[in-house]
Design a protein around this ligand. Structure first.
Ligand code: GDP
Length: 443
């Protein structure tokens, strides 16, 4: 088994605990371990290099949450970047063309093309599509027979085998039958080779020109390692790939091929093959693959929990101040910061006791980022004494504050008025007293 990345990083960062932000040196050291983990997971080297560069840019200068170690923080950032790179889940097949829609299956021999063709047929049949399967593998007679048998199991149509017919001719016949017999989808299973060769590429390109597929799916074994880049690039350049299917994800492959292929082609991974049976086809979930690649346990959820805790701690602190009837401009500023981070007003306010109704009223309030940033700037231009006691702010100070934060005086006035309103609400909330707080489990 692989030693988990998080435990390795734990060592690297032991001496760094308690630091505020991730420095370039911290990140560089941590990423050395990440690099090894990615290579162990079979991600291709050029992809690893490029990926590490992006993580570095994202990580340096990030705040470390106090309840986790810097190492864990880096793992979380790596994980998030992995998910972004792997792309969103659930990219469906494009079936928007006029019937019959053609799906072309390409890939090396033994990658799982034939099995995946039948799996897709089963899936499409569930969506009430009439599917025709056709094998273009004229080099291995058993291959055509294999697809015919699988079509029988899937209870979908299969193009009758004509011995001696060449791939382009089979393609024409499949399209013809597809049109005449009212099929919704025609899946063409092309021949594979053990290695990429130009003859194979030329043949697939010719079939593509005749078939005009809506989807060209590159089927690849999850075990593919450093070859994944060449494979993906070659098929994408010569044939044009629209999506990727990664098979044998039920084995012990660590899924690095997913990252390589996605990075090289920029095409979505649409499905994962997770077994030999025809129903073993899953929609792609980037988080599952990211977890496999990093071989980490609960780090990500740990960091996510820690983030929640921080937000809760802040809300609780605020709640205590409100309870005591204290809510000053600095609290308001901190709250703006929270709101900006969460992108949602009702999230923070909803955590406060006794303001459920107010939160409900704000349900549709969307956050104006720029406004919040300006309001924060205004408060930051005040002295601490003014933030504690806004009555100190007279006309001349308002002008200075406006100038200091780059707004006009009216905006300063509006903010102070908003503060008065909030402060009033907070005072009312405070009168609810301990009862309200207890009910919300805060006091
Ligand atoms: P092709 O040469 O690309 O058409 O590959 P096949 O579809 O014939 O698959 C080769 C072998 O891999 C067969 O024994 C399949 O049952 C098996 N296979 C295909 N997909 C998967 C998968 O997702 N998981 C597992 N465990 N086996 C698979």
């Amino acid at each position: 088994m692989f030693e988990s990345l998080s435990s390795k990083l734990g060592g690297v960062f032991e001496r760094l605990t308690g630091r505020g932000t991730l420095t370039e040196a911290d990140v560089t050291e941590a990423l050395r371990e990440v690099r090894v983990a990615l290579l162990e997971a079979d991600v291709a080297l050029p992809v690893v290099k490029e990926f590490i560069g992006r993580v570095k840019a994202r990580a340096v200068g990030t705040d470390v949450i106090k309840s986790v170690s810097p190492g864990q923080m880096v793992v979380k950032i790596v994980h998030d970047e992995l998910i972004d790179t792997l792309g969103t889940k659930g990219v469906e097949l494009n079936l928007s063309a006029a019937a019959p829609v053609v799906i072309l299956m390409v890939g090396l021999q033994g990658s799982g093309k034939t099995t995946t063709s039948a799996k897709l047929a089963v899936r499409l049949k569930k969506d009430r599509k009439k599917v025709l399967l056709a094998s273009l593998d004229v080099y291995r007679p058993a291959a055509q027979r294999q697809l015919e048998i699988l079509a029988g199991q899937a209870e979908v149509g299969s193009l009758p085998i004509v011995m001696g017919e060449m791939p382009v001719a089979i393609t024409r016949r499949a399209l013809d039958v597809g049109r005449k017999e009212g099929y919704d989808v025609v899946i063409l299973d092309t021949a594979g080779r053990l290695h990429i060769d130009q003859e194979l590429m030329a043949e697939v390109a010719e079939v593509r020109d005749v078939a005009q597929p809506t989807e060209t799916l590159l089927v690849s074994d999850a075990m593919t390692g450093q070859d994944a880049v060449t494979l993906a690039r070659e098929f994408n350049e010569k044939v044009g790939v629209t999506g990727i299917v990664l098979t044998r994800i039920d084995g012990d492959a660590r899924g690095g091929a997913a990252l390589s292929m996605r990075a090289v082609t920029g095409r979505p991974i649409k499905f994962l093959g997770a077994g030999e049976k025809l129903d073993a086809l899953e929609v792609f979930h980037p988080d599952r693959i990211a977890g496999r690649i990093l071989g980490m346990g609960d780090i990500v959820s740990l960091v996510e929990k820690a983030m929640e805790t921080i937000e809760k701690e802040e809300a609780e602190r605020l709640a205590k101040r409100i309870e005591k009837g204290k809510f000053d401009l600095d609290d308001m500023r901190k709250q703006f910061g929270q709101v900006r981070k969460m992108g949602d007003l009702k999230g923070v306010i909803g955590m406060l006791p006794g303001v459920g109704k107010m939160a409900a009223a704000m349900k549709d309030a969307s956050v104006d980022e720029k406004l919040l940033a300006r309001q924060e700037a205004i408060i930051l231009s005040m002295t601490m004494a003014e933030r504690r006691n806004p009555d100190l702010i007279k006309a001349s100070r308002k002008k200075r504050i406006a100038a200091g934060s780059g707004v006009d005086v009216q905006e300063v006035n509006r903010l102070l008025k908003q503060y008065m309103m909030m402060s009033d609400v907070m005072k009312k909330v405070s009168k609810l007293g301990q009862k309200g707080l207890k009910r919300h489990g805060i006091a």
